[in-house]
Design a protein around this ligand. Structure first.
Ligand SMILES: [Zn+2]
Length: 383
């Protein structure tokens, strides 16, 4: 079964690429709990380096040359008229390389089409082609030219395991379970189930690496999937609850995102409720949305994938010892993965509306808006 309208795009250059064979990296969002910091900025203050991904298909030893994408051109214009002279100094952000940046130097989402899986296993959205290969958007949001890789033009589902790398563990449970690791474990299980059911899947990351949110979002846009699902586990509350405090965040303007969030909520809540734990929750837990000051989506993993239907899943609280113990069990991780598969199937095959919608979410603040955390990011070797 293939749900992606662009399924034929898996054939390229005479090479048939088996669907589901490429699960690689992705984008994340990290908002855990009550933090007022935009997910896209959660670790903006930490100097981090994107760690190399394990080599999926080792080949060349060529060192990648990555051009700095940001170049600020300051233009000073003096214009004279007969009656007055005005001097105007304007600063315009221009990407000399061709990559369009916003006024904070962060690449604007929506510039790519398809992704190239590099010889070192990174997922790089494709900006264009060259006479010998491709121009790509690097993990840190720069531009690079690559000669080798596998082009993937579309996917049914993009999975985004939140956080990653030593600099961005996400929430850490009292027993030491790192959210980034748990997110990846669950996402890998979700991937296997989706692929088993016939969906093509790309992961924004499939190893323990950091990836800026802006790049996660771009991978989503580049692959134009049915849905982009960012997988997280929560932190930040200690209010006891009789049921799991599952939160599913959906895009404000998208009825599809809202429906998928309701279906994911229904299935995840049902799956977790089958286990005993001393649950914690916020009183408004459910399927809901959160605006930023501009009225668009607060969470970068919902805003940056743009037109792609996206949901940010916070399954349960890794910060709560009882739930951490539960979530560390493979049986429970499998149950969550089964729940996501059921939700996706229902989203695709039925008109079920989902449930658990929070009508009046607690005001969580606007926080800053903007950056996608490409600062302090060092690109890995791509080929
Ligand atoms: Zn998180």
């Amino acid at each position: 079964m293939c749900h992606h309208s662009g399924a034929d795009s898996w054939q390229r250059g005479g090479m048939r690429i088996p669907r589901g064979a490429w699960m690689a990296a992705s984008i994340v969002l990290a908002s855990c709990g009550t933090s007022s910091v935009e997910l896209g900025q959660a670790d903006a203050d930490s100097a981090t380096t994107v760690a190399p991904a394990p080599t999926a298909s080792p080949t060349t030893s060529t060192t990648s040359t990555t051009e700095p994408a940001s170049s600020t051109t300051s233009t000073s214009t003096t214009s004279s008229t007969t009656s007055s002279t005005t001097s105007t100094s304007s600063t315009t952000t221009v990407a000399v390389s061709g990559l369009v940046l916003d006024d904070e130097g962060v690449p604007v989402n929506g510039q790519t089409d398809g992704v190239l899986i590099t010889p070192t296993g990174w997922i790089t959205p494709v900006l264009g082609t060259t006479s010998t290969g491709w121009r790509v958007w690097t993990p840190c949001g720069n531009e690079a030219e690559l000669q080798d890789g596998r082009l993937i033009e579309g996917a049914d589902i993009v999975l985004d395991p939140g956080h990653g790398g030593s600099a961005e563990p996400g929430a850490v449970g009292p027993g030491g379970l790192r959210e980034a690791d748990l997110n990846l474990e669950v996402a890998l299980r979700v991937r296997d189930r989706l692929v088993g059911a016939g969906y093509s899947v790309i992961m924004t990351r499939q190893t323990d690496v950091r990836l800026p949110i802006v790049t996660r979002g771009e991978i989503g846009q580049a692959l134009d999937p049915i849905a982009f699902i960012s997988i997280h586990h929560n932190a930040g509350t200690d209010s006891p609850s009789t049921e799991p405090g599952t939160e599913m965040w959906h895009q404000i303007e998208s009825s599809d995102s809202k429906r998928l969030a309701g279906l994911l909520y229904e299935e995840a809540l049902s799956a977790l409720s089958g286990y005993d734990a001393s649950w914690v929750s916020l009183e408004d837990a459910g399927a809901m949305s959160r605006p930023n000051r501009e009225g668009t989506d607060y969470y970068g993993v919902l805003r940056r994938p743009g037109p792609v239907t996206s949901v940010l899943a916070e399954f349960a609280y890794v910060s709560n010892a009882s739930e951490e113990q539960l979530l560390g069990q493979t049986e429970v991780q499998d149950a969550l993965a089964d729940a996501v598969l059921r939700a996706v199937d229902r989203f695709v095959e039925t008109d079920d509306p989902g449930s658990g919608f929070t009508l009046d979410p607690i005001f969580r603040g606007y926080g800053p808006s903007g950056a996608g955390r490409t600062d302090d990011c060092t690109d890995p070797r791509l080929q």
